[in-house]
Design a protein around this ligand. Structure first.
Ligand SMILES: Nc1ncnc2c1ncn2[C@@H]1O[C@H](COP(=O)(O)OP(=O)(O)O)[C@@H](O)[C@H]1O
Ligand SMILES: [Mg+2]
Length: 283
């Protein structure tokens, strides 16, 4: 597993949130949320959030429903605007651009370009119903990345192999189970070679017997890929295997963050303990 020995990662543990840089971007980080606020009307969803992610790190975001986890992923996917603060992705402002030495709101062109580096898999599979599994993975490569057809097909077959679906290449979404559709959706995202992958409760819409096949694909990805990955999940055993670092959110703030073995066995904060006790036994 990568990320553990990297400097920003080590520094994260060394510093309390209040001591971390609030204005300067560390060029080594692939993601930084700097004093981010997000409100929907009068509802404050993110409250002065600071978060640093090292390249290749695998993060699990856990916490009660409504705590702002999806909002964080949607901001990174440029599906939600910021109410305040800054987000940096791979050294660039995500929601802002620098012009004549000033920071201005990002143009649609900038957002489009930034978004192309990020892949997201949602609760629902969103496959194109009129395309088979292979075509679902081939088409975006041709349309968005301008990849040659033969190369796109080759990569799609490789990725179908990775998610254990080589035999189902010519099946249409309605001929696949929910778990298989979700695995195709994961392969489709990977085909775009994103720098960052976001997974939002990707098994929560699945029948229980189909959950493991999808989580096992993600476990395999986490241990074999250098891509930075953020996953929101309620599957605590999976989070423990998947993540280099677990973040427990409540009310739009990080209550506690640490290595899975620490968070899951010795949570420090009463709110973390109370939340986790609904899933696992904690000391
Ligand atoms: N587009 C929206 N308009 C209004 N409220 C929203 C919107 N999106 C999310 N919310 C609210 O923001 C809060 C945080 O939502 P979310 O980030 O989805 O939480 P989580 O993923 O942790 O369950 C919730 O109270 C939710 O109802
Ligand atoms: Mg959510």
């Amino acid at each position: 597993m990568n990320g553990l020995s990297k400097t920003p990662f080590a520094r994260f543990y060394a510093c309390q949130p209040s001591q971390r840089s609030r204005t300067l971007t560390d060029p080594a980080n692939i993601i930084e949320f700097q004093n981010v606020h997000k409100s929907f009307g009068s509802l404050k969803v993110l409250n002065d959030l600071n978060l640093e992610v090292a390249p290749g790190e695998k993060l699990a975001l856990i916490g009660p429903s409504g705590s702002g986890k999806t909002t964080i992923l949607r901001i990174l996917m440029t599906l939600e605007t910021l109410s305040g603060g800054h987000v940096m992705v791979d050294g660039d402002y995500l929601w802002h651009e620098q012009k004549d030495g000033k920071l201005i709101d990002a143009s649609e062109t900038h957002l489009h370009q930034m978004r192309s580096e990020i892949g997201m898999v949602f609760q629902h599979f969103n496959l194109f119903p009129h395309l088979n599994a292979l075509q679902n993975i081939v088409q975006p490569q041709i349309l968005v990345r301008k990849t040659a057809k033969a190369e796109a097909r080759e990569k799609a077959m490789e990725l179908l192999g990775l998610v254990g679906l080589s035999e189902k290449a010519d099946h249409f979404p309605h001929q696949l189970s929910g778990g298989q559709q979700q695995r195709v959706a994961i392969a489709r995202s990977l085909a775009m070679d994103p720098k960052i992958m976001l997974f939002d409760e990707v098994t929560s819409a699945l029948d229980p017997e189909l959950v493991d096949e999808v989580l096992n694909v993600l476990r395999k990805l986490a241990s074999s890929s250098d891509t930075t990955m953020l996953t929101v999940t309620h599957e605590m055993n999976f989070a423990r295997d998947f993540a280099d670092r677990v973040l427990f959110f409540d009310k739009g703030q990080i209550v506690e963050a640490g290595k899975p073995e620490d968070i899951f066995t010795h949570p420090q904060e009463p709110r973390t303990r109370s939340f986790l006790s609904k899933f696992i036994s904690v000391s």
